[in-house]
Each structure stands twice: as structure tokens, then as C-alpha cells.
Write a protein that binds this ligand. Structure first.
Ligand code: PLP
Length: 397
């Protein structure tokens, strides 16, 4: 089997799924080099999503930390409040080009489901979202948000009734409906060509960032830092910088309640090689190779695997991976809100938390780009509760 990323990636799926994947791969390879497709994608990125997102010099945070200059890539300013919409619009344009009439997707906490339902509403496509039953109960508001946007949400009752099971269900449903249906995956995960395709639709983040930093600083950054769940916002920022060896790239995952507990989602720090959701990658697994339940305060980082391209870059040492705990992320969430007037997503707060520890050690003439993958309005209630239950100070200033 061909693997796109060193020994990682591949298509570990039943034979019936391979032909569906081949159809997507052929269409994608044609579309991505077609100037008409590119133009259409860029039109929606600009006029619907609101791109380019700004690269903002975080002067207050820079002064406070006393180290490198910090620039924030503001994916939180996109329509729907995060980077996920870049990918769902790209894939739905491909679906349209292939003549598909219906969209299906999996979702964990509901963020990818909402981004998919948004794109489906705009393109007037029928949309069904598969979501673990337990997740539908934990994230009732996102279920309603998807329904409000016109999508059907189907609760998945198999297995642990969470994200992993929703992925399995979506793949099975896709095979049955392949004639008229396109499956939109939410991160740089799954069988080929999805990890490549999602990267291509997210790399606009880094393409903009490299232009913006050259305008502002007339040089490349020394570091780029982003949080990693499946890894799409991180690869989106990093892709353009990969060939520039002098730029160091750091992905930050969820250490949950601590690396010495069972309550974490630190795939790169504590996981091992295995097959998950159709790809060979690094994952948190039991002795039989099944994904183990993972935990993070951040729903978007709560995934037992990671994109195979990340596994490869870890292997060859091109990207470093760090983990920060719930508590560190919550403190970063508060600090960014209070120092910069920007409420970041709790996912993004993991990248910020690592930056808080790391940046004070850097010389002042260095430059860091920090990806703010989304806005934190969705997290405000959970943060309030966390502060109460853990006797944290609200004021971090
Ligand atoms: C879903 C999500 C993430 C994690 O997904 P990646 O594919 O790792 O980017 C991070 N930040 C936000 C705001 C998200 O919604």
C-alpha cells in the first residue's frame, strides 16, 4: 500500500470504500490544479468567510512576557469563528463539482458539524451529520445549531457513542449512498486522500501568514505555534513554512488532567503507531490496537489519533510536539482575554499556554506566530464552571 507521509497515511479501509476514495482522489487531483476551482474557492474564502484573517501584533502580551515579538493569526475572526470553515467550503465545492447532491459528516463536539451545516446551507445541499449519542447530549446547543442551519443530526448509538463511532458510522453510510453523497471529514485525518485534501484547503492560513509577516517584519518568523487535535489548523499554518528549515514549528496537544493520569489526549507525547480511521498514524491504544478513550477540557483536542502527516513530521524531527494541561490552558484563556481583549477558543488556548512558558526564554529580536484557531465564546460557560470548581483566580493580569 502506498503511504503519502513516510510510513504513515494509507487507506486501511474495506475494499468497498477504496473505490469511493478513488473517485474523490481523481476529482480532487483535477480540481486542485484547475484555476477555475481555485478562483471559486478564493471567492468564498474572501466574501463568505471574510479572509484574509489578520496577523495581529500582540503588543501587550509581547511586553508582558518580555521575550520574542508575538503575532496572532486570527482564525477566530472567520465566519463561524474558527478555521474549520476553510475546509468545509473547499470540500463542498469539490462535492458540487463531482455532481453530488448530498453531504454527510461526522462530528465530535459539533464544531465540524456546524461548519459543514453552514456550508451546506449556503450551497443548498442536503446535509446529515453523524454524532455520538453521548455527544448529542453533552452538546445540545450545537445539535440545535446544526438543525437551525437545516441539517439532520443522527445520533450514533454504537460503541462508546462518541466521535470514533460517529466516524465509523459515517464511512459505512457513505458506502451505501456513494451515488449522490459526498463525505466531508473535519481534520487532516482518515484514509488518503483526506489528509492531503484537508491540508490543501487549510494551507491558506500559512500562505497568508507568510505574506503578512514579510510585510510587517520583512523576515520569516523564528517559530510558529499551533494547537493539535487532528492537526488541521496546525498543518494549515505550518505547510507553507515546512521548506523553510530555519522556522521552528511546534504543535501543542491536550495533557488534560496530567500526563501521569489516564485523563489526557496527548497522542504524540504518549501514543504509539497504529491504525485508526483508515490511516496508519500515532494513536492512544489498548493492547488490542483499539483506540482508548481520551480526555481534554477542550472538545476539539479530544481525539485518540492525529493526522498521519504530523506523525511523519514528528518522526523526521521537522515539527516538535508539546502538551499542556487543562489548568494551563484555562489560565492562558483568561490571560489572553484580559491582556489583549481577545477571547480565544479553549483549543487555541493550549498553543497560547505553551507560548506563555516558552516565549520569556527567547531574545526580544525573535518573532513568533501563534495560531488563534477559533474564538472562545463557545467555551465561556465551561470556563466559568472550571474556575469555580478549581478555585482559580478569574483575574490573571
Ligand atoms: C476543531 C478545532 C481544533 C482542533 O482541530 P485541528 O484539526 O487539530 O485543528 C482546534 N481549534 C478549534 C477552534 C477547533 O474548532
Amino acid at each position: 500500500m502506498k503511504h503519502e507521509f513516510g510510513r504513515f497515511g494509507g487507506q486501511y479501509v474495506p475494499e468497498v470504500v477504496i473505490s469511493a476514495l478513488n473517485e474523490v482522489e481523481v476529482a480532487f487531483n483535477e480540481a486542485i490544479v484547475d484555476p477555475v476551482f481555485k478562483k471559486e474557492y478564493l471567492y468564498y474564502m474572501k466574501d463568505f468567510v471574510g479572509r484574509p484573517s489578520t496577523l495581529y501584533y500582540a503588543e501587550n502580551l509581547t511586553n508582558r512576557l518580555g521575550g520574542a515579538k508575538i503575532y496572532l493569526k486570527r482564525e477566530d475572526l472567520n465566519h463561524t469563528g474558527a478555521h474549520k470553515i476553510n475546509n468545509t467550503i473547499g470540500q463542498i465545492l469539490l462535492a458540487k463539482r463531482m455532481g453530488k447532491k448530498k453531504i454527510i459528516a461526522e462530528t465530535g463536539a459539533g464544531q465540524h458539524g456546524v461548519a459543514t451545516a453552514t456550508a451546506a446551507a449556503m450551497f443548498n445541499m442536503e446535509c446529515e451529520i453523524f454524532m455520538g449519542k453521548e455527544d448529542t447530549e453533552r452538546q445540545r446547543l450545537n445539535v440545535f445549531r446544526m438543525e437551525l442551519l437545516g441539517a439532520k443530526v443522527t445520533a450514533v448509538t454504537r460503541g462508546t457513542q462518541t466521535l470514533s463511532d460517529a466516524v465509523d458510522e459515517a464511512i459505512e453510510q457513505w458506502v451505501d449512498r456513494i451515488e449522490d453523497t459526498f463525505y466531508i471529514i473535519g481534520s487532516v485525518v482518515g484514509p488518503h486522500p483526506y489528509p492531503t485534501m484537508v491540508r490543501e484547503f487549510q494551507k491558506i492560513i500559512g500562505e497568508e501568514a507568510i505574506k503578512q509577516i514579510l510585510e510587517k517584519e520583512n523576515r520569516l518568523p523564528d517559530y510558529c505555534i499551533a494547537c493539535v487535535g487532528g492537526g488541521s489548523n496546525a498543518i494549515g499554518l505550518f505547510a507553507e513554512f515546512i521548506p523553510h528549515k530555519e522556522v521552528q514549528l511546534i504543535g501543542v496537544e491536550g495533557a488534560g488532567k496530567g500526563l501521569d493520569t489516564d485523563m489526557h489526549a496527548a497522542t504524540m507525547t504518549l501514543g504509539s503507531e497504529g491504525v485508526l480511521h483508515g490511516m496508519n498514524t500515532i494513536m492512544i491504544q489498548d493492547e488490542d490496537g483499539n483506540p482508548k478513550p481520551v480526555y481534554s477540557i477542550s472538545a476539539g483536542l479530544d481525539y485518540p489519533g492525529i493526522g498521519p502527516e504530523h506523525a511523519h513530521y514528528k518522526d523526521i524531527g521537522r515539527i516538535q510536539y508539546k502538551a499542556v494541561t487543562d489548568e494551563e490552558a484555562v489560565k492562558a484563556f483568561l490571560l489572553m482575554s484580559q491582556v489583549e481583549g481577545i477571547i480565544p477558543a479553549i483549543e487555541s488556548s493550549h498553543a497560547i499556554a505553551y507560548a506563555l512558558k516558552f516565549i520569556p526564554t527567547l531574545p526580544k529580536d525573535q518573532v513568533v506566530i501563534l495560531n488563534v484557531s477559533g474564538r472562545g465564546d463557545k467555551d465561556v460557560e465551561a470556563i466559568e464552571e472550571y474556575i469555580k470548581n478549581n478555585n482559580l483566580n478569574l483575574v490573571q493580569k
